[in-house]
Design a protein. Sequence first.
Length: 250
Amino acid sequence: MDVSKTLEIYASYAGAAYYINDTWTCIPECQNPDTNGTVVDYTWDIGVITSNGYIAHNPAKKVIVVSFRGTYEQGDWIQDFTLTHTPWPQEITGSSVVTGFYAGYIVAKPLVIQNALEVATRYPDYTIIAVGHSLGASRAAMFVADFALHYPELRHRLQLFTYGQAKCANQVFADFMNGLNIPIIRVVNKGDIAPHLPNDDPTLVQFGTEVWYTPTNNTVICSSGDYSRCSDSVLQSALNTDDHSTYPGL
């Protein structure tokens, strides 16, 4: 399967978190033929500190998907703009993450981790793929960090695909993620402004391999840490919000 098609499949899984219910029937993301046969195992909808998503598996592809919803309602916007830092995870000295992104992950963590572990145990030969768009991208990254720390024996099964992910953590966290030696794919669409935010805190950085869809519809891949040929090459004046919601497959 080519890279573009793979990225579109996991974009569909990320987008489905906006509309998911107990069956794989959402429109349009669940209609992607490459997701046919997906079975929803668990959903969460937490309203005090908003957090939503689902866990599903696909027997044909032998994958388990843990998907976090992005910004959708007022509570999500509040978290988007809560930009202080929280020291986390405690196991990584000096690591910190953006408080608003963290709040929606940590409130769902007990049930998400428990259910992800249960599904992973039930299907021991399946890859565990965390996905998310926008706010959900940062939470998917935190899930991967958390799961890898607490279940190192399952680390080799983890992968992360994010779309429009903001800068959610400092360099210590980024170094930990890059050091996991698992596929961490961060997709950026053209001039999407979100991956450049927050733009007034130089301690926050990106991580993973960036796949950039250029304004001329080409694809450029940049390795961890050096994104100068990818979305960092976009002029400040060309950054926009429209590209945030038009990822292929989403």
